[in-house]
Design a protein around this ligand. Structure first.
Ligand code: ADP
Ligand code: MG
Length: 241
């Protein structure tokens, strides 16, 4: 079974004159554990596709399935990371990351163990008791990633998560993300308008054009990734981003 399957989606939004068709005949399949990048210019409808999968938006026609089930509303089976980390400023990293789990009434021991595991995944163990204002941009995004990953979603949706970071931090974050993905095996759909980023991260790149948003091409990267990430991500190597 595919992790995500989208069939012939069409979607319009109200515009100045009538309706504007934003997505036209979008179909895509994410296989279990795949890392797929959706690449296209600003305004082509990338975020709208993620919002459909997240359950924030509904199509005019067509179907969206997650693990074979039709998507009706947002749920913990689909995690999302945005360009801005959107952490609660009054909560520590630990409490931000565990927010959803605590709201569900999980036992404190379980909360503690899960937070530990996912802070470790993103290299933030030493920052559990820090507040968002004490963190760099890269660290905030790592906390947002840990929060999205903690419920162990079937698919992680990432909407230009590194778009606001400087070039060096961005590279470190890409390496960190690949390492975390390899450890968890989570299916990832990652959105960017940056070609280099797409080629660095993806198993497969879906290329979109705009007005209306369509998927016009697909590139598989048959020779594996461009770099050996194991040598790049060392235990303490990314603590300063
Ligand atoms: P991208 O993420 O690729 O930059 P978006 O999915 O955000 O593109 O937007 C695609 C198009 O849909 C844009 O033209 C945008 O203006 C329009 N759009 C997005 N959301 C809405 C909305 N809620 N109402 C009206 N138009 C929207
Ligand atoms: Mg967008």
């Amino acid at each position: 079974m595919a992790a995500i399957e989208i069939n012939q989606i069409n979607l319009s939004f109200p515009a100045k004159q009538g309706q504007q068709q934003v997505l036209e005949d979008i179909s895509l399949v994410l296989e279990q554990g795949e890392f797929v990048v959706l690449l296209g210019p600003s305004g082509c409808g990338k975020s709208t596709i993620l919002n459909l999968i997240a359950g924030f938006t509904h199509p005019d026609s067509g179907k969206v399935h997650c693990q074979g089930k039709s998507i009706a509303a947002p749920g913990p089976d689909r995690g999302m990371v945005f360009q801005q980390a959107n952490l609660f400023p009054w909560l520590t990293v630990r409490d931000n990351v565990s927010f959803g789990l605590r709201m569900q009434g999980a036992a404190p021991e379980r909360v503690q163990a899960e937070v530990q595991k996912f802070l470790q995944l993103v290299g933030l163990q030493a920052f559990a008791d820090h507040y968002p204002w004490q963190l760099s941009g890269g660290m905030k995004q790592r906390a947002a990633m840990a929060r999205a990953w903690l419920p162990n979603p079937d698919v992680l949706l990432m909407d230009e998560p590194f778009g606001a970071l400087d070039a060096q931090t961005r590279l470190m974050m890409q390496e960190l993300l690949l390492s975390a993905w390899q450890q968890t095996g989570t299916t990832i759909l990652f959105v960017t308008h940056d070609v280099e980023e797409a080629l660095f991260l993806a198993d497969r790149v879906l290329i979109m054009s705009a007005h209306p948003g369509r998927i016009v091409d697909e590139v598989r990267l048959p020779f594996g990734r461009q770099r050996d990430i194991e040598t790049l991500v060392q235990a303490e190597g990314y603590s300063e981003i």
